[in-house]
Ligand binder design. Sequence first.
Ligand code: ADP
Length: 310
Amino acid sequence: MKVGVVGCGMVGSAAAYALVMRGAASEVVLVDLNHRMAEAQAQDIRHATPFAYPVKVRAGGYDDLENAAAVILAAGANQKPGESRMELLGRNADVFAQIIPRVLGAAPGTILLVATNPVDVMTQVATRLSGLAPGRVIGSGTVLDTARFRGLLAWHLGLSSKSVHGYVLGEHGDSEVLCWSSSIAGSVRVEDLAEQMGRPLDDAAKAHIDEQVRRAAYHIIEGKGATWYGIGGGLMRICQAIANDEHAVLTLSVVNDSIEGIPHVAASLPRIIGRGGILGTIMPDLADAEHAALKRSAQVLKQAAEEIGY
Ligand code: ADP
């Protein structure tokens, strides 16, 4: 599968590197406003192919995205000192207004994978600007938050994260919802399993996991300025599910007609993903408090999108 990456700074290049290391694409084309950066990233990543998979990696212009099955949108402006989140959001919406017509001009049948933050609102922006069906404009959403949640639960229980199933829904950000009530391992609810194993998930342990999931980006930014490997892995996983037509279930952000009664808003729910993009949405079993939290999260996102006119 041919994958384009528009914006190959830290996030875009980490995604491209992950695609190469896992052989999740046959061809990767890197496009950036800064073409020298795209060239350098392509060269650097290409040098890893002998240790991984024979993926064709190159820098290019928009025309080179022709026939790309998916294009990752990771371009964006950095926050200026004193700039509000909404001002940044407005500037990134302008970046998407420049990029999206050019991507679709070259690859009208592609699936857009939105990675630029705030990813849910940018997914809403990209859906409007592209005119594509919502299932073909996919935000990475809480794919990474879900991975963090599973990883921390697994660590607590002493299990493989692949054997722990739990989801983070709603906004990729402060209002996200950790679905404790439906999290399971070995068919047992994690709280009951933790009790069985003598490692109870008491309030303090749950609060710690919640903080480590919800505030992960803040902690990483304090140490290294930005986050890129985790999201790079998540973007690779989405491409892999498309390439292999997996019908995998991942928590991804897509514009929904309604989430908890909030109309026309992009937020993460468990989605079925395959070659055609999002093939379906699963409405999870939630406790009352989780339903209420998901509604609040959808409201936060709806308001942010409305504030910039989307
Ligand atoms: P992140 O950490 O989110 O990856 P970076 O600043 O490292 O952020 O990367 C963002 C990339 O997006 C930069 O390489 C920048 O040149 C690119 N970019 C910004 N605006 C545009 C645009 N209009 N078209 C293409 N690329 C862009």
